[in-house]
Design a protein around this ligand. Structure first.
Ligand code: NAP
Length: 532
């Protein structure tokens, strides 16, 4: 049952007087329940409790933390239809998407559970000592990775489950041994509360310390800012706008003790289509891209917002066809009236720039909160001259750039801000001449896709979901896949430490045969055995 209250550890709390309701964008009405924004005292209580919980949680074994993560997955599934109905009523997204995203959330939790069921994830390193080394004996040093401390996670508006309360950031931080305080997204506070209740139940069932998880509702930026600035908070995970991520990054950096803010922000995901591909399969590409641009009402961070081509009569036909095909797809509901407002405003801002032509637009009015898809086009020289065209238009919108030649196209790529993805659509006969384009793309993006679409982010260890700024605030890390756990740990070395006092993964004996770097070689043997 929804209470509208915050979770401070396992206690429900609503000591503030400011409340708000979520909104059903499909029905264009407010939902029933009121959600109380956390007060600054409640923020402080949650952070202090997380700090206390960390003392115990950081030393709980990987096997027990894995039990906790699996229990969260079970409790989320047990919410069953109540969760699905709440999700759809707060997001305007269809039931199928809700079910798919729940599956992904559960998969992520179980993947992290599997990862931490042994100590290999810590990437342990053993450098054995040598008392006989001259002129000085060599000390024994052993390195592991340990959790940072309480982490604040900002739920994302566009993924109410997989990038929100128990999404990838929360799952990876809990896996690493960090308590989590979620700043719930006010657009889907009910979905957030239901998932929070599942996490609290799982924590109680598996004997986790009170405060290992808290959930705070808030708007007007105050709750989020207070959480990032709290001295007991040691790191932040964020998915959302560039303005929001940058503001939180600055808050984290300007604290007396600066902390890392891992923000995954905007991206227009350039797609490069070669002349050969246009000549051979323009119609198929127009259909594929019409679907990709409108998928999920365009509300994906990997939405193809920029298509780069070389100008020709065939290219112009392709652009016209793309405009017709994308706008023939029935308009769909957006997440919230504010998201629609931003979509219309930002779309108008790009399409009103000098040289931009609207090649596909929905005729007439669409229902309230539904998105009128828009496809636009511009010449390469105009794009190069005007960085306002680089802005993300979050929704079913794409700008096709017609470059005069490959050199101009490469100049355009070089001038782009950092991106999550880059896509290359090319023919086999062109493979030998793609080097310059691939080099330029690699320097600007976190993931490169060949002959596909950027939408759809596979959850796996090899995935990079991040990229140079502003795609993310730290391009060395991914927000998706089990390696995202690395954001929440720091390296820690033991020098000449007695074997019996070392943590399990660093002892001489290696009963679970995990791989470690021992004296510069990967090994899954006991250290003494190696020395023989
Ligand atoms: P947002 O405005 O960035 O807000 C996300 C979260 O960050 C909210 O919890 C918000 O708190 C908090 N926040 C933002 N700025 C803050 C600040 N200065 N200080 C403290 N907290 C702050 O994102 P959104 O609400 O999801 O959507 C707004 C726009 O962002 C969209 O229209 C879209 O253009 C873009 N967006 C992009 C992506 C992407 O993947 N590329 C995803 C989502 C959104 P409050 O609740 O207090 O406001």
């Amino acid at each position: 049952m929804i209470t509208g209250k915050n979770y401070i550890g396992n206690k429900l709390s609503a000591s503030g007087s400011v409340s708000k309701k979520t909104f059903n964008p499909k029905l264009n009405i407010e939902n029933d329940c009121e959600f109380f924004e956390a007060t600054l005292d409640e923020v402080n209580e949650a952070a202090e409790l997380a700090h206390e919980a960390f003392k115990e949680y950081r030393n709980i074994s990987g096997a027990r933390r894995a039990e906790f993560l699996n229990a969260i997955a079970d409790e989320i599934l047990a919410l069953d239809d109540e969760l699905i109905q709440m999700y759809t009523s707060e997001s305007g997204l269809p039931e199928g998407r809700a079910q798919g995203e729940r599956g992904r959330t559960v998969f992520q939790l179980r993947s992290f559970a599997e990862l931490i069921s042994n100590e290999a994830w810590r990437e342990n390193v053993v450098d054995t000592g040598d008392p006989d080394r001259t002129p000085l004996p060599k000390v024994d040093i052993r390195k592991t990775n340990i959790p940072l401390g309480p982490v604040v996670v900002f739920a994302a508006s566009n993924f109410p489950l997989a990038f929100s309360t128990a999404g990838g950031d929360t799952a990876s931080a809990l896996a690493a041994g960090c308590p989590v305080i979620v700043k719930s997204h006010s657009m889907h506070a009910g979905t957030g509360e239901l998932v929070a209740s599942a996490i609290i139940k799982a924590a109680e069932k598996t004997g986790m310390p009170n405060g290992v998880f808290s959930n705070m509702t808030g708007g007007g930026r105050t709750v989020g800012a207070a959480l990032v600035q709290h001295p007991k908070v040691k790191a932040v995970g964020f998915t959302g706008s560039i303005a929001g991520g940058r503001a939180l990054f600055n808050l984290g950096a300007n604290r007396e003790e600066p902390i890392p803010v891992f923000a995954e922000m905007g991206s227009i995901n350039p797609v490069l289509i070669t002349p050969g591909a246009i000549a051979n399969r323009a119609e198929e590409l127009a259909s594929t891209y019409a679907n990709s641009i409108t998928l999920g009402t365009g509300q994906f961070c990997t939405n193809p917002g920029l298509i780069l081509t070389i100008d020709s009569p065939e290219t112009r036909d392709f652009i016209k066809d793309l405009g017709a095909k994308a706008t023939a797809i029935a308009p769909q509901c957006m997440l919230h009236p504010n998201i629609k407002k931003d979509f219309v405003k930002n779309g108008a801002s790009v399409s009103s720039q000098s040289g931009v032509e609207v090649v596909g637009a929905i005729d007439g009015e669409v229902e309230p909160n539904y998105a009128p898809t828009q496809i636009t086009a511009v010449a390469g020289k105009d794009f190069l001259a005007n960085p306002k065209m680089h802005q993300e238009v979050f929704g079913p919108f794409s700008l096709v750039v017609k470059s005069k030649d490959e050199a101009e196209l490469i100049e355009i790529i070089n001038g782009l801000e950092g991106q999550l993805t880059g896509t290359l659509i090319a023919e086999k006969s062109e493979y030998q001449n793609l080097g310059g384009i691939v080099d330029a793309l690699q320097n600007r993006v976190g993931r490169i896709i060949f002959n596909g679409v950027p939408t759809g982010v596979e959850v796996c260890a090899a995935m990079t979901h991040g990229g140079p700024y502003p795609a993310s605030s730290d391009s060395r890390f991914s927000a998706v896949g089990v390696n995202s756990i690395k954001r929440w740990v720091r390296p820690f070395s033991y020098q000449d430490w007695p074997d019996e006092l070392l943590p399990e993964g660093l002892k001489n004996e290696n009963p679970s045969s995990i791989y470690r770097l021992v004296d510069n070689k990967q090994s899954n043997s006991d250290v003494l055995e190696l020395a023989k």
